[in-house]
Design a protein around this ligand. Sequence first.
Ligand code: ZN
Length: 212
Amino acid sequence: MEIECITVGEFQVNTYLIRDTASGQAAIIDTGETAELAAYLASLQPQPDIRMILLTHGHLDHAGALTGLQQQFDVPTYLPRLEQPLFATLPQQGDWFGAPHMNRPCGRIDHYVDDGDIIQLGETTLHFISTPGHTPGQGCYYDDKDIFVGDTLFAGSVGRSDLPLGDPALMQQSLHKLMQLPGHLRVHSGHGPVTTLDRERETNPFLTFLRN
Ligand SMILES: [Zn+2]
């Protein structure tokens, strides 16, 4: 799998263009909240063979540009099933941050994913693991080398669980669950640099509860 990280928008969110090397089939992971990602993708030559949009969670900086992106790429879109209540608030989320200009329409969801679901992209098998806490349905997509964690885990930090519909106790459980996955997995977060599960297990100050 080839991975390109495109950082966009006021929140500097990491969106990803991933490509199955064997087939060339591609997917977008998260959208940002502006037209930046759509413009970047339109500029690529040759055009990527985009087959799907995968959302890690429903915060506006990750899912706000979905409607615009779907006008350009009319492909199936996946959202964690448990994320529906938060996703439905996209038209008001800008208000939460004192930024009503960032309120966005919801866009179309074609498939709801549940813990353990598998999504096939060419010859790449993506697994979905549900890791609620930052949001009610936040989840991660991974293969045998890479994991896309949204705002569950960052290099040296973890996602906030004090925002509306966040849950600190669930967050602790989800971090524990996430750390059961193979440590060599490269972690591609919603914000900030790449890391690995092993590195975070050993050095992340917010994961000391896992080391005691
Ligand atoms: Zn978030």
